[in-house]
Design a protein around this ligand. Structure first.
Ligand code: ADP
Ligand code: MG
Length: 326
């Protein structure tokens, strides 16, 4: 039997749903652990991300957006592995009980969770500085996971969506670039990133490697290159930019820094063998997700950044937290 501690009534009010939507949740919130029924022919993909107030977010981010983003960053990791989201577990540390905050946070969280038919099956509530930790589990048909280490010379390098919007919004908040009319549009990318869940699953049988872009294109692409033991040449003029970014940051070198080093894009970067480019185009047309080819994998290690075909060095302008060898 449950004792109705104040914590448990909060959990019941904000995190326990009336009806369990997934049939593979034998036991959700309320017992000592959740009990889940993974599909027989699937592998489990498990990821955890923590967001700490003052480190990963500040007062600009509403509780509603925080609920969305905490889940979105975890779903983005699942997407990069080709996993289908299923079960979520939330560890919440709060300085005090603020019911308005909890209501907004849980609304933002469940709106996205419901969209991907994923269930919150447990968690923990503690008192302390505002810190949120989410564990997300997803399923991948056995043998179909997308890893970082499969890129081969000759494979094309792609990114989904556009790059740099979130980084531009953050730079505007911090006064590093001038705030413009486009701020609202750019801030939406920072506050409400959309994980590329459908794309990740479609890429299972197409891509040779994949990663989600959380730290910035250069840094994350280098993880693929290092894991795969290869190099790449990318054409910076081919990096996709939104209209909002083009108008807010007309100066190309600053824009490129935001697109390559800013991070928080939560787009997918992936490689595709020449022989599967046709399949890729078919799938992309069906999904209606914009993707762009930005370069090619080469056998010589290292990342070579080009502009209009000429070598171009990305300068360290304060956004760079990547190594010195590019
Ligand atoms: P225990 O003391 O056995 O760990 P708790 O009192 O912490 O249990 O939690 C009771 C139930 O509520 C458990 O099923 C737990 O998974 C769930 N729970 C606790 N916190 C959260 C949360 N933030 N979100 C969802 N479920 C939670
Ligand atoms: Mg217990």
């Amino acid at each position: 039997m449950h004792t109705r501690t104040p914590e448990f009534s909060l959990i019941a009010k904000y995190f326990k749903r009336d009806q369990e939507k997934r049939r593979d949740v034998t036991c959700g919130i309320g017992d000592d652990t959740a009990v889940l029924l993974p599909a027989e022919d699937s592998a489990l993909a498990v990821t955890t991300d923590t967001m700490v107030q003052g480190v990963h977010f500040d007062e600009h981010l509403s509780a509603h957006a925080l609920g969305h983003k905490l889940l979105a960053v975890n779903l983005s990791d699942l997407a990069a592995m080709g996993a289908e989201p299923a079960w979520l577990s939330l560890a919440l540390t709060m300085p005090s009980v603020d019911e308005t905050w909890l209501a907004d946070f849980s609304q933002g969280f469940f709106k996205l969770a419901d969209y991907y038919h994923s269930s919150l099956v447990g968690g923990d509530v503690t008192r302390g500085p505002l810190t949120l930790t989410l564990t997300a589990q997803g399923q991948i048909p056995k043998g179909k996971a997308l890893y970082r280490d499969g890129a081969k010379p000759g494979d094309r390098v792609y990114v989904s969506g556009t790059l740099g919007d979130a980084a531009a919004a953050l730079a505007m908040q911090q006064g590093r670039i001038a705030r413009s009319e486009a701020y609202e549009t750019l801030a939406h990318a920072l506050f409400y990133p959309e994980p590329r869940v459908a794309l990740g699953q479609a890429l299972r049988v197409i891509a040779s490697s994949a990663i989600d872009i959380s730290d910035g294109l250069v840094s994350d692409l280098q993880h693929i290159l290092f894991a795969s033991g290869v190099g790449a040449r990318i054409e910076l003029n081919d990096l996709p930019a939104s209209e909002a970014l083009m108008s807010a940051v007309p100066e190309a070198s600053t824009r490129l820094e935001l697109q390559t080093g800013g991070g928080e894009d939560y787009e997918l970067c992936f490689t595709v063998p020449e022989s599967r480019r046709g399949s890729l185009e078919t799938v992309i047309r069906q999904l209606g997700i914009p993707i762009h080819c930005i370069g090619v994998i080469e056998s010589e290690p290292g990342l070579r950044t080009m502009r209009a075909g000429e070598p171009y060095s990305l300068s360290a302008t304060g956004f760079s937290h990547f190594g010195a060898d590019e």
